[in-house]
Design a protein around this ligand. Structure first.
Ligand code: PMP
Length: 428
């Protein structure tokens, strides 16, 4: 495949946009080469500026769970746009989508919409601090909760890919209130509670991690966190920006039957427009301005185009009793196919998967936390990535990222992908 136009556009972009991109992981730094510039997308496919078709396993990093340019979302956005793009006043649609979300997700009474996953997590932490009157939080190494200061402490995703776990610009004062724990290690969390009695406002966690590749919670881990939070008067925040409306209608709370105190959303909830949200029971949400003392706001929050897109997306997911079963079946088919190929070729690997989130690590050792996720960040991954790209299969350009499977993928697409993997495996 030729990427002449993409190369030219990237060179041009680098002149006026830092690194040529508006979000670091798009830059292909981890795998080398030139990012692909996309012109349009439909269903399971991206079409780039050079006219290549790529089967998309990134799907805008999660949101496009029903495929690109999903007609009900596109139509709703067009119709809304004709009536004005922002009012800065309440609209009936905000209540409609809030009612639907509260219905779909267990254990939440109220939801507040923001513009990104970063904002959702940042606001969730402020709310937890305001509610508990405590300042410290626990986060897990390798989990990414957006680029707000308190979270850029051994964060996953682009923040590891670029080796800047502690970003300059985050003050010592902020960093001291973020306690770092090891994913899947309850003893480690327990020790942090013992060392900081009555000081920890919240634990924030990706309940299925997706920013160090996919890392599932070990049996009993989430329940253990729930118990520690209950025993210590600490709130449990599930960052379901990736997992919400993807692993089940009600996210990981529903999938594993664990209750969180605050839940953060992003990605799918916006149907591909810039939306985030955070939600909790009344007693916690009523701490928010204008009813409560914790301030949080946004000029474009609840924007009509964004809400129209999100509402159509959630309605489609809510109405489809089979959607999560279908996504699981497709991803399981892919997983089995990849396992068979790599085993046959004698290539060392680990595959982690929960529902439609999957990652392939080129190392035989289990990947259970940030340290072990590093094993697969190697030359094999880079070759795999570029080999697949040359075959027209687009996976995330970093070993620390998860693939997101879309329902628009057909079994023909999956078979095409497996054939490509078979070819590429010979080069590893
Ligand atoms: N939390 C998680 C789990 C995420 O995966 C991300 C983004 N990848 C965020 C928060 C931040 O969301 P956004 O990029 O929309 O700010």
């Amino acid at each position: 495949m030729l990427y002449e136009r993409s190369s030219r556009l990237f060179a041009e972009a680098e002149q006026v946009i830092p690194g040529g991109v508006n979000s670091p992981v798009r830059a292909f730094k981890a795998v080398g080469g030139t990012p692909i510039f996309i012109k349009e997308a439909k269903g399971a496919y991206l079409y780039d500026e050079d006219g290549n078709r790529l089967i998309d396993y990134i799907n805008s990093w999660g949101p496009m769970i029903l495929g690109h340019a999903y007609a009900p979302v596109v139509d709703a956005v067009i119709e809304k746009a004709k009536k004005g793009t922002s009012f800065g006043t309440p609209t009936a649609l905000e209540t409609e989508i809030a009612k639907l979300a509260v219905n779909m997700v267990p254990n939440i009474d109220k939801i507040r919409f923001v513009n990104s996953g970063t904002e959702a997590c940042m606001s969730a932490i402020r709310l937890a601090r305001g509610y508990t009157g405590r300042e410290k939080i626990i986060k897990f190494a390798g989990c990414y909760h957006g680029h707000s200061d308190s979270f850029l402490i051994q964060a996953g995703s682009g923040a590891i890919t670029f080796g800047t776990p502690n970003s300059p610009g985050v003050t010592q004062g902020t960093a001291k209130d973020t306690l770092l724990a090891t994913y899947n290690d309850l003893d480690n969390v327990r020790a942090l509670f013992e060392a900081n009695p009555k000081e920890i406002a919240a634990i924030i966690i990706e309940p299925v991690a997706g920013n160090m590749g996919c890392v599932p919670p070990a049996e009993g881990f989430l329940q253990g966190l729930r118990n520690l939070c209950d025993a210590n008067g600490t709130l449990l925040i599930f960052d379901e920006v990736m997992t919400g409306f993807r692993l089940a209608k009600g996210g990981v709370q529903e999938l594993f039957g664990i209750k969180a105190d605050i839940v953060a959303f992003g990605k799918v909830i916006g149907g591909g427009l810039p939306v985030g949200a955070f939600a909790a029971r009344n007693e916690i949400m009523n701490y928010l301005a204008p009813v409560g003392p914790v301030y949080q706001a946004g000029t474009l929050s609840g924007n009509p185009l964004a809400m129209a897109a999100g509402f159509e997306m959630l309605k489609a997911l809510d109405a489809d009793a089979e959607i999560f079963i279908r996504l699981d079946a497709k991803t399981s088919y892919l997983e089995t196919g990849i396992r068979n190929i790599l085993e046959k070729k004698g290539i060392a690997f680990t595959i982690n998967r929960v529902g439609s989130m999957i990652s392939v690590h080129f190392d035989a050792r289990p990947v259970t936390d940030f340290a072990t996720a590093g094993y697969g960040n190697n030359d094999s991954f880079k070759k795999f990535f570029h080999g697949l790209l040359a075959e027209g299969v687009y996976i995330a350009p970093s070993a620390y990222e998860t693939w997101f499977i879309t329902d628009a993928l057909t079994y023909d697409d999956l078979n095409f992908t497996l054939q490509a993997i078979e070819k590429v495996a010979d080069t590893l």
